[in-house]
Design a binder for this molecule. Sequence first.
Ligand code: NAD
Length: 472
Amino acid sequence: MNALDRHLALVGFMGAGKTTIGREVAKRLGRELVDLDDEIERAEGPIPELFARFGESGFRERESEHAARILERRTPAVVALGGGAVTTAAVREALREHALSVVLDVDVDTAWERVRGSDRPNAQDEAHFRARYEERRPLYDEVADARADDVDGAVLAAGGVEVAPLARLGELVGAEAAVVADSHVLGIHGPAAQVALGERLAATHTLPVGEEAKTVASVERLWNELRLDRRGTLVALGGGCTTDAAGFAAATFLRGVEWVAVPTTLVGQVDAAIGGKTAMNLPAGKNLVGAFHWPARTLIDPALLSTLPERQRAEGMAEVVKTGLLVGEPLWELPDAELVRRCAAYKTAICIRDPHERGVRAVLNLGHTFAHALEAAAAYDAVSHGQAVALGLLAALRLSDQPDLVGEVQRILDPRPVRVDRERAWAALRRDKKGVGGRPKLVLLDAPGRPRHGVELPDDDVRGALDALIRD
Ligand SMILES: NC(=O)c1ccc[n+]([C@@H]2O[C@H](COP(=O)([O-])OP(=O)(O)OC[C@H]3O[C@@H](n4cnc5c(N)ncnc54)[C@H](O)[C@@H]3O)[C@@H](O)[C@H]2O)c1
């Protein structure tokens, strides 16, 4: 359930922040913000006057017509609805048909503080205001596909991503679910996932640990084991290797079944389980086969990270630092739960803007062109991905002429130059699949929070930056 191809409707009581949050969410998703009240006022005049002239029921009729027109527009937008719009059955129906509805939660005291003294017709008397709040609550519950109380929450909801305890898993799947995990994760978090699924649990399947999960043989074994019908849900519980492989199995089994990603590593929670890319490796290289298949839901429980070994955590920190640089804030300083939520929301927004990686999603490759080259030169053995990304960030930041940020990355991630063959690394960099005609397209950072993608630089500069990451 997501807003990839539909409107994201923000609903909630007056004072919930629909317009303020809507403005920021629209910016992040690269969509137009359509404010229902503004549209009505532009077409018909001030709302208090319409209330006075036609009474509330007359106003609601007009409001419903405007809402229907807006929601029937083809181009997905962020639509902020006036607090009372959901009282009309036709509006609720149009929301169900055309939008993912996110209810912005606000308690009645906060809402009253925010709107008292305004000219809103339903905010003139406190007792009336409170009665309206209670009256409308069930209607918000009826339309709510998801709930949020801030910008990140609304963005995450738009991507079907929920940051919540694993115990919620049962609510996010259909009638039958098959769990897929590697044997290690299954031993640690499998029982909690199985309990959360309860009667919905149809079967449990095991993938090999690590990249071995992403081989054709492992995925073929999984295809053969699966007994789900097309209404079934595949639950991928684990790190990026599990979600990549199980997600690909879900994309292809019976021509596509729903899947729910439950990432258990930091890499998974801030990166791999978000955005709908699934993949398998071939002997010729990593991630050469795959499909875009957005998970029906992604359930992120930061508490699952407590069992993660330090080495694995470091892998994820490289992506956290990358995201912090892209956002322009030191996200790496936040406690786990907040850090994961912020990073996940950033990636979700970029991927909703560009689900098939045709444009802006390229910014997520900051440092990765160099990282892939180092990994390929090391035959994916001597250099870990996290280490390679940390080094790649140094190269990208040096080419961006950002010495302070280079120092910051060195301080946080402490990447050390690696011993790989320089010619092999250079050849791999020129082959990078995101480049065109042998010239890599780089992501540089004009300033913290201001990435620029598709940058071509002279070979000598790029080669110099790559060489600085390699020791003899
Ligand atoms: N699809 C995407 O957009 C995307 C993005 C980034 C990375 N990836 C892929 O992700 C993969 C790497 O993912 P990863 O780093 O999560 O590796 P992983 O899936 O191999 O997991 C790493 C190890 O941690 C263990 N583990 C997982 N969760 C644990 C927990 N909570 N406690 C203890 N141990 C736990 C696993 O058993 C495994 O041994 C790569 O194949 C990469 O290509 C995909």
